[in-house]
Ligand binder design. Structure first.
Ligand SMILES: [Cu+2]
Length: 311
């Protein structure tokens, strides 16, 4: 009975997982497995994960089978006088070489994927994500160098259809089928810019500029969250990326240029792109400076209170 029930339960769980995978880049209730991949990197991670799963299953089955065989075949009743064998060179060579070969078979695609994920050789555009306690700032250095903050929509303002704890006031808008370099940094503590459907989870570190890339396969909204414990509101600084066609992206850039302030207060975009990192010279607009200042004030106050409470 149990032999029939277990595969049935596993099958149902897989179907539920696959069912969750039908919608775009957001988590689903009862989801099992990854979100559907939306970039070549995540496709690679997905494939590598499935490949590893087969190696794990086959190894576990082989070891379990071997154990069962030994338990039954060499039990005391059947073997009242056990053999006194202590060495068998052939089998020792096999059980050393086979695991090495398995590890080599895993290592080759693993390193290939790791270098593929690292960076894009020829980026078509750059997005810069800057972590703050507890929201994200984005810059578009190749499109007029405008900048905006992206803050979570609080529960009381959530509208029907919006994802609680995941929706933001200003989504990151990116074009599909474009090699996008993503530069990531932070102004206060370590955060992590993570979007599961893109296969990106990269720490944003104050004083450092980390790099990743994405080429989004299809239009849709992709959600992610800060994935490095960064303070009491760590769970409230989501990431929402809206992937649109190249034409729609061009139109959005035109409106965004008018709507949002420039990141550099007027310097050429190229210079800012080269400067990189959280430039201390960056003059924010008065409104933004006031906003960030008060938030950072709260943040350090919170951190102080946290430390005081910890003692
Ligand atoms: Cu964070």
């Amino acid at each position: 009975m149990i032999f029939r029930t277990v595969p049935a339960v596993v099958a149902v769980l897989f179907i539920l997982g696959a069912g969750g995978a039908v919608s775009a880049g957001a988590p689903e209730p009862w989801q099992l497995g990854f979100q559907p991949p939306a970039s070549p990197v995540m496709t690679g991670i997905d494939d590598f994960h499935n490949f590893l799963l087969w190696i794990i299953i086959l190894t576990a089955l082989f070891v379990t089978g071997l154990m069962l065989f030994v338990i039954i075949r060499f039990r005391a009743k059947r073997n009242p006088v056990p053999k006194r064998t202590t060495h068998n060179t052939a089998i020792e060579v096999i059980w050393t070489l086979v695991p090495i070969m398995i590890l080599a078979v895993i290592a080759v695609p693993s390193f290939r994927l790791l270098y593929f994920m690292d960076r894009i050789e020829v980026p078509e555009m750059t997005l810069k994500a800057i972590g703050h306690q507890w929201y994200w700032t984005y810059e578009y250095p190749d499109h007029g160098n405008f900048t905006f903050d992206s803050t979570m929509i609080p529960d009381e303002d959530i509208k029907p259809g919006q994802m609680r704890l995941l929706e933001v006031d200003n989504r990151v808008v990116l074009p599909v089928d474009t090699n996008i370099r993503i530069l990531m940094t932070s102004t206060d503590v370590i955060h992590a810019w993570a979007v599961p459907a893109f296969g990106i989870k990269t720490d944003t570190i104050p004083g450092r500029l980390n790099e990743s890339w994405v080429r989004i396969d299809r239009e849709g909204v992709y959600y992610g969250q800060c994935s490095e414990l960064c303070g009491i509101y760590h769970g409230f600084m989501p990431i929402a990326v809206e992937a649109v066609s190249k034409e729609a992206f061009g139109k959005w850039v035109e409106t965004a240029k008018k709507k949002f302030a420039r990141a550099d207060g007027g310097a050429p975009a190229a210079r800012v792109a080269r400067a990189g990192g959280p430039s201390p010279r960056r003059p924010a607009t008065p409104a933004k400076r006031g906003e960030s200042g008060s938030r950072l004030g709260e943040a350090s106050g919170g951190a102080r209170a946290g430390r005081a409470g910890g003692r």
